[in-house]
Design a protein around this ligand. Sequence first.
Ligand SMILES: C[S@@+](CC[C@H](N)C(=O)[O-])C[C@H]1O[C@@H](n2cnc3c(N)ncnc32)[C@H](O)[C@@H]1O
Length: 247
Amino acid sequence: MSKAQNIFDNQDFFDGYKKLRDNRYSANDLEEKPALFSLSPDLRGKDVLDLGCGYGENCAEFKARGAASVLGVDISQKMLAVATAAHPDIEFICADMSDLSFLNRKFDVVFSSLALHYIDDFRALVRGVYSLLNAGGYFIFSQEHPLTTAPIGGAGWTKDSDGNVLHYNLTDYACCGKRITRWIVDGVEKYHRTFSEIVNTLVDAGFTVEKMLEPAPTQETIERDKSWEKDLHKPNFLLVKAMKRYE
Ligand SMILES: C[S@@+](CC[C@H](N)C(=O)[O-])C[C@H]1O[C@@H](n2cnc3c(N)ncnc32)[C@H](O)[C@@H]1O
């Protein structure tokens, strides 16, 4: 297994990412989080695992929604330092989620928000999550949209001479694998997978895919800032809700 990159412990990246997330009009807050929570089952009394939990904000929300226990896992000590300071009542473990064999307990719901595109071996991760879930449990995740991760040279747009977006530059869609991009800093490693690879991997592991979402900006968001209109050409995020039916 290749060693996972831990880019969130790079100080420049960490600072730049914090700036993005401090913006109350971030794509996370406007598009991703509402979609993620719309997929959540009733969490009251449930044991919840959050893979790539970052600052632990989602963990706190799972607890507020009545989860019996919440465990957050993240590879980044810097992200977890923020998480533990903000949410001392929640359990966090610093670990690479590429290998989940260190977890020897079961969960009712496994969430992962915007972390799976950093994982090389998606098949191993999905199998690992499947074995951690109780029957009837859910795996709910968001990731960068496959149309975003596709271009080997990084996501780009074609604009007219006035700078208006005409269309997204989709390339390399069928070429799955590692992408080394500039996002905040150079050399950020992400992994591109097609829709069919994502869905088939879940189905092969035994999951039933119940719902997929590709959130678009609301009219209100576009009216406030026209630059969001480009997300009508290409969504930023893909979200999946999958169920483990049988033990
Ligand atoms: C974009 S942030 C999202 C944080 C949080 N889930 C949220 O939505 O606010 C991605 C997180 O995934 C973590 N991550 C990336 N690769 C990981 C790995 N191999 N194992 C565990 N965590 C990982 C990063 O450290 C980072 O905290």
